[in-house]
Design a protein around this ligand. Structure first.
Ligand code: ARG
Length: 296
């Protein structure tokens, strides 16, 4: 009888060990998944490539941080002014969209450490006589995307100060650029790197100046960080900097030689480093080389 009892005990022990291990494995496989909200009409921060993939600096930084910190991300595209309401409502967990850190926004959401500095570039048509000062003065039509700091700056510093400009707000940058090219507005403002990119992607436009607003961009989470994401994002960002991943992604998307027309090809060529090999360092390095055209 005794030995039978022992057998039962051993069987139970072995079983619970196997089940316990199994449970542990299942637990490890199901990594946490977070939804990242973005506004993918802001190259080079975020854009949709010709195959429908959301790419760009913010998107890749989000994927790389998730990889080094061991969670999954799903990137969801929406209009810029829907992002903060979506975050507040818990429909997205993180916002990565070139978001300027402002006191007003800081009251309703929380930010990571700044990851980028930007000012506001002023675009006009190539054949226009306007400069950055005259473009933003009486009698002119100025455009910006709804809900952005550009829209806020134009409202606060021109409209509210009695400057007789007509401010047109757009849901997407593509519509604004089209109106600028067609003469329905005289100028358009966007974060400097995006304005430079719109300039290089649209030969009919030129950038005539920069309004020095001195903005710092951060990633955002819900007020009070209920999911404990800020430490993951800040530590992850620091790790990307130390490992050179941040710099390679920065050069790939913002570098002097980077040509966003190449992004569809380069992402297609490099995505396996990220998705199959799960090696964000190799991805960033190869993307940089490809975007600079040095792999040909
Ligand atoms: N920095 C501006 C703001 O926070 C524009 C943000 C949109 N930029 C972007 N990359 N999606 O209002």
């Amino acid at each position: 009888m005794k030995s039978r009892n022992l057998k039962v005990i051993i069987t139970v022990l072995v079983l619970s060990l196997v089940l316990g291990l199994g449970g542990g494995l299942v637990y490890q496989v199901q990594a946490e998944e977070y939804i990242v909200g973005t506004s993918a009409d802001w190259p080079p921060f975020e854009l949709v490539d010709e195959n429908g993939n959301i790419v760009g600096f913010d998107a890749d930084v989000m994927r790389a941080i998730a990889m080094v910190k061991g969670y999954d991300v799903k990137i969801r595209d929406m209009s810029f002014d829907a992002l903060i309401p979506a975050l507040k409502a818990g429909k997205v967990d993180i916002v990565a969209a070139g978001l300027t850190i402002t006191d007003e926004r800081d009251k309703v959401i929380d930010y990571t450490n700044p990851y980028w500095d930007a000012n506001q570039g002023v675009l006009v048509r190539k054949d226009s006589d306007l400069n950055a000062v005259t473009a933003l003065s009486t009698g002119h039509k100025v455009g910006a995307q709804r809900g952005t700091t550009q829209a806020g700056w134009l409202q606060d510093n021109l409209v509210d100060e009695g400057v007789d400009v007509q401010l047109k707000l757009y849901d997407t940058n593509d519509l604004a650029i089209m109106d600028l090219k067609n003469g329905r507005i005289d100028s358009f403002m966007a974060d400097t790197p995006a304005a430079r990119t719109f300039n290089s992607l649209n030969p009919g436009l030129k950038m005539v100046g920069i309004v020095m607003t001195g903005e710092h961009l951060g990633f955002a989470v819900q007020e009070g960080d209920p999911e404990g994401l800020l430490p993951k994002l800040d530590d992850g960002l620091a790790e990307l900097r130390v490992r050179g991943i941040y710099d390679n992604l920065k050069e790939a998307y913002f570098g002097a030689t980077s040509d966003l027309d190449r992004i569809t090809d380069c992402f297609a060529k490099c995505r396996d480093y990220l998705e199959k090999e799960e090696d964000p360092a190799a991805y960033a390095m190869n993307l940089r080389t490809c975007m600079a055209g040095e792999d040909e």
